[in-house]
Design a protein around this ligand. Structure first.
Ligand code: GDP
Ligand code: MG
Length: 180
């Protein structure tokens, strides 16, 4: 239909999770196709824009990276405001970062809901999967965890090896579009 041609969507997407799990690396890989082992943590919020051609439409993903605030384990309502989706990241080599995932999800859900009262679409990323699979090798357990905590799905990712990041983002976009 004519009205669907060239339609543009702008989605604010939050990237959250504990310090050092790879949030900035994932965004850099996804948006700038680069990877480095040393990103200086800028204090505050960083933005990156990824433009996707989605059928005949354009999707602009505004990715919100946090830096220096992770240690508090929560964010302010202002930061979450008007987000349409989120990626919650943990580091497969550090169990504690997985344990923090539920806390991040609860913080998000307690401060942000869509107009209809639903929670926004959130995908869980098990990052640094190039380093091992001990935490994620039980897919049934991971699926159950996602069901219990309201994640729409999970992916093993590696910013280092460029694994599954665009797949996870596309999956999130699909869910955002379904709830929009
Ligand atoms: P952030 O604090 O969550 O933004 O984490 P960073 O993106 O700064 O990454 C922390 C460290 O983990 C850096 O040294 C990265 O190079 C490293 N890192 C990030 N992603 C990966 C990955 O997929 N695999 C491996 N092996 N290291 C990673
Ligand atoms: Mg960072």
């Amino acid at each position: 239909a004519a009205e669907s041609c060239c339609k543009e969507h702008l989605y604010k997407v939050l990237v959250i999770g504990d310090l050092g799990v790879g949030k900035t690396s994932i965004i850099r890989r996804y948006v700038h196709q680069t990877y480095s082992t040393n990103y200086r943590a800028t204090i505050g919020v960083d933005f990156a824009l990824k433009v996707l051609n989605w059928d005949s439409e354009t999707v602009r993903l505004q990715l919100w990276d946090i830096a220096g605030q992770e240690r508090f384990g929560n964010m302010t309502r202002v930061y979450y405001r008007e987000a349409m989706g989120a990626l919650i990241v943990f580091d497969v080599t550090r169990q504690a970062t997985f344990e923090a995932v539920a806390k991040w999800k609860e913080d998000l859900d307690s401060k942000l809901t869509l107009a209809d009262g639903q929670s926004i679409a959130v995908v869980l990323l098990a990052n640094k999967c190039d380093q091992g699979r001990e935490l994620t090798n039980n897919a049934i357990k991971m699926d159950q965890f996602c069901m219990d905590h309201g994640f729409v799905g999970w992916f093993e990712t590696s910013a280092k090896d460029n694994l599954n990041i665009s797949e996870a983002a596309n999956f999130l976009v699909k869910h955002i579009m379904a709830t929009e």
